[in-house]
Design a protein around this ligand. Structure first.
Ligand SMILES: NC(=O)c1ccc[n+]([C@@H]2O[C@H](COP(=O)([O-])OP(=O)(O)OC[C@H]3O[C@@H](n4cnc5c(N)ncnc54)[C@H](O)[C@@H]3O)[C@@H](O)[C@H]2O)c1
Ligand SMILES: O=C(O)C(=O)C[C@@H](O)[C@H](O)[C@H](O)COP(=O)(O)O
Ligand SMILES: [Zn+2]
Length: 366
């Protein structure tokens, strides 16, 4: 295998699957799917940006292999992760003659993957699903692990399922066309893995920051491999977030989801919210005496170097943000739970911290 080619197995017994990572691997998507599933009919779900760039060509490959193929195109952006858009897709699939033999293939970022996965999990009570993620965020995080779903007003990812893909094909060459802001948003989830479970990886990101900013393809392929392996380890240990282990992937997300919901999913990209949310969570850990200021300042410095936003929009109301946090899926018995660092490379679930500390950790004053 070259330095750009990697393979990661997600070992979940009968729901286990392979993640193949490489440059130009989308050319082999039909073989990748056929080696894992007897495919006769494909519904490619994508957005209107990715359609012309990659999804159309992917669909042609299936058609050329005499496989009946339909392309379903949604509007780009978080506003498409919505029950009404899911409904439109179900309806279109009926009209296109989709049935229980149809395989759903998501080609795009995390919005496409989460929505297409939700449609796959629900249409005809569940269709085989593959992912071909084309954003950094989707390649390092959302395409792996089977969390699929849509947002409700004020409640991120509130309707969904655990629905594992049958395979994930990651072509890092697609990252060359990704707009700068989207690329940087993906880097926030990359930094997350270092903070929650891998201090040497965090140090690697610090050392490689210039190469990362230059989108060095070997460094990117290694980052994608490492994040997929780390996520696979967590998902293998706690597939449906029951034992608590999987909740570590939610570091920064209680703050992030409140920020996204408060801005009606329009002002912050998910990864930007994760960057701000991780710093809020780290400040909360400091306030609770769990870590020293150095743990926050290392995250701050790396996120800054990678061009991510570091503070919540100043016009947001901290009390409203705290109110929105009660819709977090980690809420239990009416108490807020947070994933907080105990050092770089390790986090813990902390139950019911004082709400005043949560509010002050937002850094919004008021
Ligand atoms: N399921 C999970 O485990 C999980 C994990 C993390 C995030 N998420 C979800 O993922 C979503 C965010 O995903 P995202 O950041 O990929 O956003 P996205 O899907 O909106 O994609 C970002 C933008 O990039 C465009 N794009 C995609 N690939 C491109 C390419 N190769 N070249 C040019 N443009 C391209 C898209 O059209 C879109 O405009 C959020 O809804 C978040 O909640 C889910
Ligand atoms: O896969 C997981 O588990 C995660 O928490 C990964 C997160 O990066 C992702 O944003 C996820 O969609 C959040 O899920 P939620 O359960 O908090 O809605
Ligand atoms: Zn996330």
């Amino acid at each position: 295998m070259s330095e750009l080619q990697h393979s990661v197995r997600v070992d979940l017994a009968e729901r286990g699957y392979d993640i193949e990572i490489g440059e130009g691997v989308l050319e082999g998507i039909v073989d990748f799917v056929q080696q894992r599933h007897a495919v006769s009919h494909v519904a490619v779900i994508t957005d209107s940006n990715v359609d012309g760039l990659y999804a159309d060509a992917v669909a042609d490959r299936f058609s050329d292999a005499d496989i009946e193929t339909h392309v379903l195109v949604i509007d780009p952006g978080e506003s498409s992760k919505d029950p009404e858009v899911a409904h439109d897709l179900w309806q279109t699939m009926i009209e296109e003659g989709c049935d229980r033999q149809t395989m759903v293939l998501a080609v795009g970022g995390g919005v496409v993957g989460d929505l297409a996965g939700f449609v796959a999990a629900t249409f005809a009570r569940g269709l085989t699903f593959f992912q071909a993620p084309t954003t950094l965020l989707a390649q390092v995080d959302s395409s792996v692990g089977g969390k699929v779903g849509v947002n409700l007003e004020g409640a991120k990812n509130m309707v969904g399922a655990f629905w594992q893909p049958a395979g994930v094909l990651i072509d890092v060459a697609t990252l060359t066309t990704l707009p700068d802001r989207e690329y940087r948003a993906g880097l926030a989830e990359v930094v997350k893995y270092g903070v929650i479970m891998d201090e040497p990886f965090f140090a690697y990101l610090e050392a490689q920051a210039d190469a990362i900013n230059g989108r060095d393809s070997a460094v990117l392929a290694e980052i994608v491999r490492r994040c997929c392996r780390l996520k696979a380890d967590v998902v293998e240990a706690d597939e449906r977030e029951e034992s608590g282990r999987r909740a570590i992937l939610n570091y920064g997300h209680t703050f992030c989801h409140a920020l996204e919901a408060a801005t009606n999913y329009t002002r912050l990209l998910h990864g930007e919210g994760v960057a701000i949310g991780m710093l809020c969570a780290s400040r909360l850990a400091e306030r609770l005496g769990r870590i020293g200021a150095d743990v926050t300042s290392r995250q701050h410095a790396l996120l800054e170097k990678l061009g991510l936003p570091l503070t919540a929009p100043a016009d947001l109301d901290p009390d409203e943000l705290v109110r929105l946090m009660w819709r977090d899926k980690k809420v239990s018995a009416g108490k807020l739970n947070f994933i907080l660092p105990s050092r770089l490379g390790e986090v813990e679930l902390v139950a019911d911290p004082p709400v005043g500390d949560v509010r002050d950790s937002l850094g919004l004053g008021g």
